[in-house]
Design a protein around this ligand. Sequence first.
Ligand SMILES: [Zn+2]
Length: 423
Amino acid sequence: MRAATNDGRADVSDAPLVFAGFGVTAPERGWDDYGDVDVRGKVVVVVEGEPDGDLFNGAYTTHYQSAGYKADEAFRRGAVGLVILAGERGWARARGGADQQRILTPGAADLEFIATLDEAGKARLAQAAGVDPARLTGGQDGRFKAFELTGATLTARQSETIDTLVTHNLLARIEGSRRPDEVIVYSAHWDHIGVGGDHAGGEDTIFNGAWDNASGTIGVLEMARELSKAPRPERTIVFAHMAAEEMGLLGAYAYVADPVYPLETTVADINIDMLPLSGPTRDVPIFGKGQNTLEDDLDALARAEGRYVSDDGQPQQGFYYRSDHFPFARAGVPALMPWHGVDFVDGGKEAGWAAWRERFGRVYHQPSDEWSADWDLTSAVENLTLLYRLGLNLANGDEWPTWKPTSEFGQVRARSEAARSSR
Ligand SMILES: [Zn+2]
């Protein structure tokens, strides 16, 4: 039986092929493209993207559309490789072909190879396998079941190119007084994207990253300062400055692949990537609204201040999959990331969206992302105060935040349920 080896080479000979539709197993949605087809030692062929409509997440994509998920699921089932048929409307294509997520899980065992085929490649595959190309599409009604492409096999030989990068995550902690192995993580990435390009409105070509993400690291530092003044919490609180987020969340993936504190008893990750820089706002948008119960805890705290939790309002951005909370979520740890309010107390949403667009367009990932004495940190302090209360409540309670029934990450968390329920 063929098996993935992780020896730095893709080496697969005459592997049988299975077509698995979107390659999605979503028990919480009653959806299973694989059915009972055995893919061990085989190459799984899937189409890009995910089914349309409300059974998935409407305008917001789910993790199921990503190449990373499809690869994880195929590997979990014992496949050796994955071929993705590029779709017309897939998320990666809509984003200019740049898949922001890591396709393979850094630091973890993975498939021998992943390949993509365009329309012409798909036609050749269908011809070789002796099937109508129209059959190589994902189902939309949940009745699709995987089938073997008996007319063809696949051989692949390719060496991996490995670049070694040495950098460091920086962790600090307040050890819990009663349940020190139960951990709340506050995270923020400390890297940015270096030097180069033109001035783009900055004074030089240094990408300072003052907003993205010096502001977030300040938030975590201040959180540590304030929480160290509070009575010692019952659970441990960890302050994590993650490396290489801008290279694809590498520091957070490295942490999750080799966690300092066990993930199954990590209560939550609260990630801070770019603090809001505005006057007071009524809303507290978060990435991934509807994912887990941390948002309900946060909403209760916000309501007490006359504020409310909302979604991020930008489904096309796929924000939930783009910062350091995501590797935690992918590993099953309930994770939350607050974003920038646009419902301004002074001027409402019209003023809020205008201010947001102006700043984001002018400085995001440009040398002009520099500190300025006119930054208004009012909303940053408002949000940090809520996040302080959220973390401290978790640290002094016995709550285990959970994924909501429609979240794609609940099935991952459930695999380590025994580690929490035995407490
Ligand atoms: Zn960032």
